[in-house]
Design a binder for this molecule. Structure first.
Ligand code: HH2
Length: 254
């Protein structure tokens, strides 16, 4: 899954793809590099310094870009926690909803997705990190609540993908624990997605600016894949695809 942020303030690529022609060029490039899904977001959700935006502003940013990316022919996922934005994007041909609050923030989200019968990414999140808690227990309890909301709304389990939400409501150590113990989440019997791309926990091990975290991102993503993640969300598609392909070819020999 290649990340396309049409935002001025995303933590690693803010402002780079706000201009529609640049966004479209980046989508084309990621597809050529091997992305199977393009995830488009128009609101930065980084933990520090992001500006909450209205649904109207999100739509204003998405309107010139999302339909054009859909027309490129790969599945498009809409990264938004607001049901009116998701409803619009699905109407324009997006086929996956990426909800960083796992159906637990916008109470109309689950009903909307049940009507559309499309896949939804349920990501773990918390308002504040608490380094004292058992993060795996917290993630599992959150997923259980999300699955309950989904079932009550009529979303079929086969349309749900789970994501531990690396860097969201987690201390850096907890993000690393979630990667190391990702395999425990197979207990839910659902596909797993991981997005560790350029995230801050990498800098706690190897101090670096977001744009300099490619090596750490690849390390984290290979471990996620080894632990069974089916979808990897990355800003750096070519390098990530190459790493995953080489790792898969070597694992094949075991
Ligand atoms: N991470 C980000 C945004 N959306 N969605 C899922 N499912 N999983 C993630 O790990 C995830 C996500 C943060 O990355 P980015 O989009 O580059 O940053 P920003 O929120 O600053 O736009």
């Amino acid at each position: 899954m290649g990340v396309l942020n049409v935002t001025p303030d995303s933590f690693s690529d803010g402002g780079q793809f706000v201009a529609p022609e640049r966004a479209l060029a980046q989508a084309r490039r990621m597809i050529a590099e091997g992305a199977d899904i393009i995830d488009i977001g128009a609101e930065s959700t980084r933990p520090y310094g992001s500006e909450p935006v209205s649904a109207e502003e999100e739509l204003r940013r998405l309107q010139p870009v999302l339909p054009e990316v859909v027309a490129l022919g790969v599945p498009v996922s809409i990264d938004s926690m607001k049901s009116p934005v998701v409803a619009w994007a699905l109407g324009q041909g997006a086929v996956i909803a990426n909800d960083i609050w796992g159906l637990q923030r916008d109470e109309r989200m689950a009903r909307l997705l049940a009507e559309h019968k499309l896949p939804v990414i349920v990501m773990h999140n918390r308002d504040r990190a608490d380094p004292a808690i058992d993060i795996m227990k917290d993630i599992a309890a959150f997923f259980a609540r999300s699955l309950d909301v989904a079932a009550k709304a009529g979303i079929s389990a086969e349309n749900i993908v789970l994501d531990p939400g690396i860097g969201f409501g987690k201390a850096p150590e907890q993000s690393m624990t979630a990667l190391a113990r990702l395999g425990e989440l197979h207990a839910f019997g659902l596909p797993l997605l991981v997005g560790a791309s350029r995230k801050r926990f990498i800098s706690t091990v190897s101090p670096s600016e977001p744009q300099q975290r490619l090596g750490g991102s690849i390390a984290a993503h290979l471990i996620a894949a080894q632990n069974g993640a089916k979808i990897i969300r990355s800003h750096d598609v070519a390098e990530t695809v190459q790493a995953l392909r080489v790792a898969a070819a070597i694992w094949d020999k075991q």
